[in-house]
Design a protein around this ligand. Structure first.
Ligand code: BTN
Length: 323
């Protein structure tokens, strides 16, 4: 988009519904009122709903539902997460692209796409990535042993849940990394890693959030157990602003992970989760464990007490609630 159009959108967004006159915009940009009007007409054609009143000025009522990478850069309050933002209209999978570039990429690089042709979920499942969602992968380079990887997933779950609660979505984490609202999935997290001799080279944290996803766009079997932010709050959300606050949350949680005791993170995770205290069935690659979820270990494993009072510490698996 041309710089003047970007600047007009930015001015109107910042005015938050207060009219801004063509003269004021023109003065700020060093162009005439007639030029401002010409750009406004062009923006309308691109889907920006700009109201105009001859007496008061212009108001931005709505923007097309596209992530705006320039706007994101201008509102982002982070220093590490989002150090580089690579935006695509469509990708096979943001996790694939992130893994391809990870070794040479800055820590905090974010790869995001409006849609994915081949979005991947955990355990080889498909992740439907239709328009309106946030499909992103974050490259992290923590100096941690491979066994601490599941902690990063818990950290990401906390960040997503906090960002969703900030927009009035009553989100809860289901171990290890699903975020649910009223028992329906709104977000999934796929953590992938490259490590050598047990030490992590990089982590790709793939996060998929159904923000403005229309549930009717999802396959029936997925739709049944899914929800989206717009479905919960009854209106679409500005995905660019939401992404900025999600990246901020991710940075806060990642800094805490690097500087504080993990017990602090476990406490917050338990507060945001509805798994602890529930009867669960957890399928691991080796076995099926049934019992009551009673806690999280200092390594990030789920502790399940079975009917014989035997404690199982599970680092990875697929969890279902049994009640
Ligand atoms: C799950 O199965 O719950 C995890 C889903 C993860 C989906 C996200 S969308 C962005 C990133 N790219 C992918 O291909 N998958 C992850």
């Amino acid at each position: 988009m041309n710089d003047n159009k970007k600047a007009i959108i930015s001015i109107l967004r910042k005015s938050e519904g207060t009219p801004v006159s063509g003269q004021e915009i023109g003065q700020k940009l060093g162009i005439t009122r007639a030029m401002v009007w010409k750009y406004i007409k062009a923006l309308r054609k691109e889907g920006y709903d700009v109201r105009s009143s001859p007496k008061t000025g212009y108001i931005l009522d709505s923007c097309p539902d596209k992530i705006d990478p320039d706007m994101l850069q201008s509102i982002l309050k982070t220093t590490l997460i989002g150090s580089d933002i690579q935006y695509y209209t469509e990708l096979e999978s943001t996790n694939n692209t992130a893994r391809e570039i990870a070794l040479g990429a800055l820590e905090g690089t974010v790869v995001l796409a409006e849609t994915q042709k081949n979005g991947r979920g955990r355990m080889g499942s498909e992740w439907q990535s239709v328009p309106g969602g946030l499909w992103l992968s974050l490259i992290l380079k923590p100096s941690i042993p491979l066994e601490s990887l599941s902690k990063i997933t818990l950290v990401a779950g906390i960040a997503v849940t906090n960002a969703l609660r900030a927009v009035d979505v009553d989100a809860h984490i289901k171990w290890p990394n699903d975020v649910l609202v009223r028992g329906r999935k709104i977000c999934g997290i796929l953590t992938e890693v490259s490590a050598e001799i047990g030490k992590v080279d990089y982590v790709v944290l793939g996060i998929g959030i159904n923000v403005n996803v229309k549930l009717s766009d999802l396959n029936e079997d997925i739709r049944r157990n899914s929800t989206s932010v717009s479905n919960e709050i009854g209106k679409p959300l500005d995905r660019t602003s939401f992404l900025a606050s999600l990246l901020y949350e991710l940075e806060q949680q990642y800094i805490r992970f690097k500087t504080r005791q993990f017990a602090e993170i476990v406490d917050e995770w338990i507060n945001l989760s509805d798994t602890i205290g529930r009867n669960v069935r957890v399928r691991t690659p080796a076995m099926l464990i049934e019992g009551k979820a009673v806690g999280i270990t200092e390594k990030g494993a789920l502790v399940v007490l079975d009917k014989n009072d035997k404690k199982h510490k599970i680092i990875a698996g697929n969890c279902r609630y049994a009640d």
